[in-house]
Write a protein that binds this ligand. Structure first.
Ligand code: ADP
Ligand code: TRP
Length: 324
């Protein structure tokens, strides 16, 4: 059985793009009996940009609640909060001493953030080393990530190999698995849905607010009577990702026939979201109203993860010449 591991930063409530593009595919992967999945909330990585305890805490719960609401099985898999395993920071230090400084200085995401952020802390610079420790600590074989994280995976592989060549085979050198054709969910303005563009649909909002968000989807100015092109319309594009064949066919015909306004299409989309995610929205609210339950689940995961973390660190300390 191979171990797959991935981390999600706790930077906000997961939106429809995160759900369809990342959460659902990862849950599907984790259900395969050939794999054992480690999934954690990277709340220490979030500290590079969020310096508010309540925000970090709340975001962590939102992310955890969303994964659980979509059916992530915490019995088969290991689900935990990064900050619950302090061993990861000790390993980060050890690994940093095997990380060439220019490799971090030249990392695209560091250069990008260094250009954009008003203040660049050393955590932003060290970010890939903490990520390497996240992976190496648990002997992960495969790491599913988006294209933007590929370079961080290469850094992880370099660090693991460098350590292995100094001290003998110690770490698993992980492989990245990149889904090439992830669907790109458009946001309410038609661009890629992203927290950074402020164009997200948060399906966990109460009905009234969710309807408001759907009604804000930008369309052209065609009148109700005019025939419309479904394939260039964001409302239809999102509808298509959620509806069944018959519903899609019906809406397509409505668009092309004319006499069907965008307001009606938006209402249909809103109702579809509510109907499709009825269970998940309820579950999300259930968990968000019961943080003790979330803490309990995360604690079970942390206990499982910590055993492995301790074991890896023991091995590493021994190799480095420290007393256990
Ligand atoms: P954001 O762009 O909102 O900050 P993140 O970068 O935190 O989102 O992405 C978390 C995960 O969700 C990643 O795996 C990413 O590939 C996926 N994801 C984000 N936005 C979309 C989208 N619009 N369509 C498909 N997948 C997405
Ligand atoms: N840096 C990743 C991201 O922003 C999150 C992450 C942290 C991660 N540690 C990880 C992903 C370890 C995979 C493995 O998406």
């Amino acid at each position: 059985m191979s171990r797959i591991l991935t981390g999600i930063q706790s930077t906000g409530v997961p939106h429809l793009g995160n759900i369809l593009g990342a959460i659902q595919p990862a849950i599907k992967l984790s259900q395969d009996s050939k794999h054992e999945a480690f999934l954690f909330i990277a709340d220490m990585h979030s500290l590079t940009t969020i310096h508010n305890a309540d925000t970090i805490r709340e975001n962590t719960y939102s992310v955890a609640a969303a994964w659980l609401a979509f059916g992530f099985d915490t019995n088969k898999n290991t689900f935990y909060r990064q900050s619950d395993i302090p061993e990861v920071t000790e390993l980060t230090w050890y690994l940093s001493c095997f990380t060439p400084y220019p490799m971090l200085a030249n990392a695209t995401s560091f250069k990008d953030k260094a250009d954009r952020l008003a203040e660049v802390n050393a955590g932003v610079f060290m970010y890939p080393v903490l990520m390497a420790a996240d992976i190496i600590l648990y002997n992960a074989n495969y790491v599913p990530v988006g294209k933007d994280q590929m370079q961080h995976l290469e850094i992880t592989r370099d660090i693991a190999s460098s350590f292995n060549s100094h001290y003998g085979e110690t770490f698993v050198v992980p492989e990245a698995t990149v889904t090439e054709n992830v669907m790109l969910i458009p946001g309410i303005d038609g661009q890629k849905m992203s927290k950074s563009y402020n164009n997200t649909i948060n399906i966990f909002l109460p009905d009234k607010d969710l309807r408001k968000a759907v009604m804000k989807i930008v369309t052209d100015t065609k009148s109700v009577d005019e025939p419309k092109d479904p394939d260039t319309c964001t409302v239809f594009k999102i509808y298509k990702l959620l509806a069944d064949e018959t519903q899609i066919k019906e809406m397509r015909e409505n668009y092309m026939r004319g006499g069907y306004g965008y307001g009606t299409a938006k209402e249909a989309l809103f109702e579809l979201i509510v109907k499709k995610f009825i269970k998940e929205r309820e579950q999300y609210n259930h968990y968000m109203a019961d943080k003790a339950e979330l803490d309990k689940k995360l604690k079970i995961g942390a206990d499982k993860a910590r055993l492995i973390a301790k074991d890896t660190l023991k091995k590493v300390r021994e190799k480095l010449g420290y007393k256990n």
